[in-house]
Ligand binder design. Sequence first.
Ligand code: HEC
Ligand code: HEC
Ligand code: HEC
Ligand code: HEC
Ligand code: HEC
Length: 233
Amino acid sequence: MIKLICTMIAILLLVSTAMALDDPHGATASINCQQCHISHSTLGDILVNSTDSLISTLCISCHTPGGWLGMTKFFSSSFKAQPGVSGTSHAWDTDSSNTTHGANQPQNAELLAHITKDGKVTCATCHDPHANSNPPFLRMDNSTDQLCLDCHRSRNIASVKTYTGNILSHPVGVALPTTTAFHNPPLDVDGNPQPSDGNLTNDYQFGAGSTMKCTSCHGIHYTDSNSGTVDGP
Ligand code: HEC
Ligand code: HEC
Ligand code: HEC
Ligand code: HEC
Ligand code: HEC
């Protein structure tokens, strides 16, 4: 543990001069390494500047009304999903293996390296707070649900997409039939055929060739499970 902390301090000192932070976590908002990291007297093994050693506490300390200048993207622990009960956001600080909800420990090396030491999914499992190469600060591209399916891979196999008597899941990777009986084009959240109403912000998202994705139906944050409203912070 001491060795790990020393290594982290050394890395922090070494890279702090070289490593750039991408906006909006960078110079424009006057954010530097010290806002999120402290080198001494910190709880946990990650040198993260939060009162309880939870990364989510660090994130939410800014991502709360008035938490940082100009902050518009708010979170609170009450947003965390408890399926069928409450919440508007994908769960965090929760075990990465969950058979009820079809999740397994990630396989992608970046994700796996950023589950917490007690095996939990947290904000920094999905997000890299330093780099915005996959907006918004994602650890990997999610344009075809790669991020989702790395953990939820058990819902992307033939046995859950065909009617075999197993516990089933809505098909993904399957093209929407080109017939109005299957609501193609689908109606967006205003109830207008998309994209012909010209408002692209509330359209369902599909993969190449109009294929269904997890994120055709699921939002990640600020989702109120009401298809009649546009979601957002
Ligand atoms: C917005 C908050 C934030 C800022 C700003 C920030 N970091 Fe981090 N950093 C984190 C979090 C969260 C982790 C992930 C810890 C984990 O998953 O174990 C982390 C991890 C790291 C790691 C370990 C490698 C890794 O990716 O897990 C290093 C090294 C690091 N940060 C260096 C820096 C340096 C140097 C700066 C300034 C240039 C900086 N950080 C700025 C939040 C931040
Ligand atoms: C020092 C304050 C601070 C901390 C700590 C912080 N953020 Fe942020 N973050 C910001 C600001 C400021 C913005 C821009 C907000 C806005 O546009 O309203 C932002 C925006 C973001 C965005 C949206 C990026 C975009 O391009 O739209 C993501 C994603 C994000 N933060 C994730 C995180 C995660 C995950 C953590 C914890 C590891 C974290 N933040 C910790 C200040 C912070
Ligand atoms: C056609 C729309 C649709 C698609 C596509 C879809 N879902 Fe769902 N999903 C739903 C709905 C609606 C519910 C709520 C069902 C309920 O409450 O019984 C749900 C519930 C869930 C739940 C919580 C309940 C449970 O059984 O665990 C998880 C986890 C989930 N979906 C993951 C996924 C993943 C991962 C994918 C992609 C492989 C996906 N979904 C694709 C519509 C969809
Ligand atoms: C399971 C993966 C996952 C976890 C865990 C997660 N996020 Fe996200 N987050 C995403 C994805 C994917 C997006 C982009 C899609 C979206 O905006 O709905 C996103 C978007 C965001 C945004 C931008 C929202 C906007 O409307 O512009 C912010 C800010 C953010 N996340 C912060 C957080 C914070 C803070 C936590 C922890 C409290 C967290 N995320 C946990 C996957 C995750
Ligand atoms: C790092 C692993 C991981 C990734 C990546 C991930 N999930 Fe999950 N997901 C989980 C776990 C674990 C649960 C069970 C959480 C709980 O309720 O305790 C879960 C639960 C869910 C639920 C049920 C609501 C909830 O939060 O409990 C939905 C819906 C869902 N995931 C969809 C997605 C989608 C869509 C993506 C892609 C943006 C995604 N997940 C990415 C691990 C992951």
